[in-house]
Design a binder for this molecule. Structure first.
Ligand code: PEP
Ligand code: MG
Length: 834
């Protein structure tokens, strides 16, 4: 192992650096040569002391000497001269910075690297700091020196929109979880390398679908980082639900309806009302120089912190109104706040050019936004607007204003040049009847948000929109993407009628969504919701969910750098219970593993992560993790109806081991005198082996919940999320249905109940087959609750059993679909024929 010698003028300094390096280097020989002894301990360096340190550090693999300054270098050179010539070759005096260099060298030496590799790592040790502080010039050459030790990975990006904000954010979050320097190069477009820790740097590489990127990593966790990024890419950068932008309309002049401003449809529906201009005045930016750069930098930090809070609040509100997926765009906004590509230039402008904080931040944001716009990509162009919106929030904080948001005080149609997602999220649905923008496209996140908030919207209507006088009567057509100024009376009547019909339909669906779901012959089916955060619960309740059938607790564990403790988990479960207002909750214990790694829970890289240590396998491998979660669940169960289920159970022994952990958790609470509630314990059926052995599980479990997403991938050997095999992974395949039937039969024999919490339950077509197979609980996405309940109400249990029996005899998912669709059509006919 390579040894290290620390040469400094001060013995105390040497001790401190030694302590830091030993903390990283473990058994790496690290010897100190700090200060002098003559006549008393004092500041200075001593060649003899350095020589002795070199001799102690030398284990035969070489010695790296790191020095502070001046005479330290001279003393080290003299010590080198004092060594016999044959030993000099194994000693390298290194110009690396003392503290960073010593730590990097210790980490690398511990891995058994050669003297040259240890020296290269020490020399490159300023890169992380330089990158963090935005000194790209300093970082680049340092990266070059570490080139030898770096590892690379080439990926082809499958996402329809390329590496846009959301997947780029997941990339940065994943890369940030490892102790590694990561760069990305767009090989196809010849752009980069750029920092893998900067959202803006990655997004502006212009990576489109099919582009090849080269990811390079160096540092102690380079290999783990690349494995995690490869897995992320394998999951489509966790971006399954993004739609590709619509194919542009054929070239030619747009057909302008007479008397209308023509744009693009962004959110369906029609609206009639008065024009209300959005008063999003950009805050005025002071131009005077700043006297105290340190104070300006601090002010910028504080403003960013306040905006972080603002964005988090917005995120929660969007999650509640439009679901987690739509809320995720605000994660990218949070990353903007800490992006090196903004912070670096802003810092330099403050410290080197004397700019005030607002000016410095604004200029940095404008420069990055210009990069986005220069990419000639409609989708990334929209990200420039998102970035400008976040920058405006920070500037507003700095100049003492509030972020312009509450634009409307009277009902009407909102007119704006463009809206940021934050603007859109802050809109009052009661006042905003429609949205019309002069710029922007249908793929902007504002448009996506408008769709999920149910506000009709037309975008890209052009500059004339902004000249429409305040209060002018308008009719907006979100389906056609047009706005009529001073519309004729009959058009207004038509539009009013259309929107009244839509509203009535929505009200009807929502009204009956609160009624229980009972089949035509009186069998009750519980329709509950799958939720991924406390905020999701509100949407579930509003849509008529009778409880939560699957709480994916991963939200508490992901995107952070340490495990949540028992109290934090308890608070989250209790909050969910409160939001549920007495409705039951089924908590699924942590389901992460090799395909969803937690950065702070290192795991071995696995060739087949879906067949590796995930779900309950991880929980049992790290029982203290499961124990903590179960203590929190037991505490929450003291005040609310709560059940627990374990994911990815394959063997009965695993279920027993998990219930033993639960018993231990209860004992621990008893010992502490803390109240714990009663808990039913279920098993998720996600592995075919568990379904096939359901008869063995049934006497011991309180219930079964079938996770058809995983059960389908394991039954049909078709990885979920892999486009290439997606057609195979159809949960309506007779083999999957047969497994569901086996579980229901085994459960019934023991008087236990069975639910389905996979996506299959959210497909109204599948409802009769599931009920016919004996399923009595359906846990679905919150927006799917009303339609699922409606589907249950059409079912006749006897007919459903016969239908399920018929489906099991078929050979393919397509045949099952055809059978169910035919049945649905004939049912619709029966209902409509008196
Ligand atoms: C499933 O596998 O069907 C399931 C509900 O769990 P998840 O989708 O969270 O893996
Ligand atoms: Mg699953």
């Amino acid at each position: 192992m390579v040894g290290l010698v620390i040469v400094t003028h001060s013995a105390t300094l040497a001790d401190g650096v030694g302590e830091l390096a030993r903390g990283m280097g473990g058994e790496v020989p690290i010897e100190l040569a700090g200060g002098i002894d003559a006549p008393e301990p004092a500041l200075g360096t001593d060649a003899t002391r350095v020589l002795e340190a070199i001799e102690r550090a030398d284990q035969g693999d070489g010695v790296l000497v790191l020095m502070d300054l001046g005479s330290a270098v001279l003393s080290a050179e003299m010590a080198l001269d004092l060594l016999p010539p044959e030993r000099r070759e194994g000693v390298l005096l290194c110009e690396a910075p003392l503290v960073e260099g010593a730590v990097a060298a210790a980490v690398t030496a511990k891995l058994g690297a050669s003297l040259a590799e240890v020296a290269a790592e020490a020399r490159g040790s300023l890169a992380a700091k330089a990158t963090h502080l935005g000194s790209a010039e300093a970082a680049a050459p340092a990266m070059a020196t570490t080139g030898d030790g770096s590892r690379t990975l080439t990926l082809t990006v499958p996402n329809p929109l390329g590496l846009h904000a959301r997947p780029a954010a997941r990339f940065v979050q994943t890369a940030g979880g490892f102790d590694a320097d990561i760069t990305v190069t767009n090989l196809t477009a010849g752009r980069g390398p750029s920092s893998g820790r900067s959202l803006n740097a990655i997004a502006t590489l212009g990576v489109r679908q099919g582009h090849e990127i080269l990811v390079s990593a160096s540092g102690p966790q380079a290999q783990e980082a690349l494995a995690a990024l490869e897995a992320l890419a394998g999951r489509g950068f966790d971006d399954e639900a993004v739609e590709a932008p619509p194919t542009p309309a054929p070239a030619g002049p747009p057909v302008v309806p007479e008397g209308a401003l023509a744009g693009l449809p962004a959110a369906p529906g029609t609206a009639v009302g008065a024009a209300r201009h959005f008063k999003a005045v950009a805050p005025e930016i002071p131009t005077g120089p700043a006297a105290d750069p340190e104070a300006e930098w601090e002010r910028l930090g504080e403003a960013r912190e306040r905006v972080r809070e603002e964005i988090r609040t917005t995120r929660d509100s969007v999650a509640a109104r439009a679901g987690e997926y739509n809320a995720a765009i605000f994660d990218a906004h949070l990353l903007f706040l800490d992006d090196d590509a903004l912070l670096g230039p802003a810092r330099r402008a403050i410290f080197e050019q004397g700019r005030n904080a607002a000016q410095a931040w604004n200029e940095a944001a404008e420069a990055v936004a210009a990069d986005y716009r220069g990419l000639d990509d409609e989708y990334l162009g929209a990200r420039a607007d998102d970035l400008t919106g976040v920058a405006r929030q920070v500037v507003a904080q700095l100049v003492g204003g509030t972020t312009p948001a509450a634009a409307l005080v009277e009902p009407g149609i909102l007119l704006a040049a463009d809206l940021t997602p934050a603007d859109t999220a802050s809109l009052d649905r009661e006042l905003v009847r429609g949205i019309a923008t002069a710029y922007g496209g249908p793929t902007s996140h504002s448009a996506i948000l408008a769709r999920s908030l149910g506000i009709p919207a037309a975008v890209g209507l052009g500059e004339p929109l902004l000249d429409v006088p305040e209060g002018t009567h308008l009719a907006l057509d979100g389906d056609a993407g047009a706005v009529y100024v001073d519309p004729a009376a009959d058009l207004v009547r038509t539009y009013e009628q259309r929107s009244a019909e839509r509203e009535a339909e929505a009200r009807r669906a929502l009204a009956s969504a609160q009624r229980p779901a009972t089949t035509r012959d009186g069998t009750s089916i519980e329709v509950v919701a799958n939720v991924g955060s406390p905020a999701d619960v509100d949407a579930a309740v509003v849509n008529g969910a009778e409880g939560v059938g699957l709480l994916r607790t991963e939200f508490l564990f992901l995107e952070r750098d340490s495990l949540p403790g028992e109290d934090e988990q308890y608070a989250a479960y209790a909050e969910i219970g409160q939001r549920l207002g007495g409705r039951p909750l089924i908590l699924r214990t942590l389901d992460v593993g090799a395909d969803k790694p937690l950065p702070y829970l290192p795991q071995r890289v696995e060739a087949n992560p879906f067949l590796g240590v995930r779900g309950i396998r991880l929980g049992l491998a790290q029982p203290e993790l499961l124990e903590t979660q179960l203590r929190a669940a037991l505490r929450a169960a003291a005040d609310q109806p709560l059940k627990v289920m374990f994911p990815m159970v394959t063997m009965l022994a695993e279920f027993r081991a998990a219930t033993a952990v639960l018993a231990r958790a209860r004992e621990q609470l008893d010992e502490r005198g803390v109240r714990a509630g009663r808990i039913d314990v279920g098993v998720m059926v996600e592995v075919p082996a568990t379904a096939l052995a359901a008869h063995a599980f049934a006497p011991e479990v309180d219930f079964f919940s079938i996770g058809t997403n995983d059960l389908t991938q394991y039954t049909l050997a078709a990885e979920r999320g892999n486009d290439a095999v997606a057609p195979l992974a159809d949960a309506l395949h007779p083999s999957v249905l047969r497994l569901i039937g086996m579980v229901a039969e085994a459960a019934e024999a023991e008087g236990k109940w069975v639910g389905v919490c996979g996506e299959l339950a959210s497909d109204p077509l599948a409802v009769p087959a599931l009920v016919g197979l004996g399923v009595s609980e359906l846990s679905v996405n919150p927006p799917a609750v009303p339609a699922t309940k409606e589907a249950v109400r059409q079912v006749d249990s006897g007919a459903a059993r016969a239908l399920a029996g018929e489906a099991l005899r078929l050979a393919s998912a397509d045949e099952v679909r055809a059978l169910l669709a035919g049945e649905e059509a004939s049912l619709a006919h029966q209902i409509s024929t008196p």
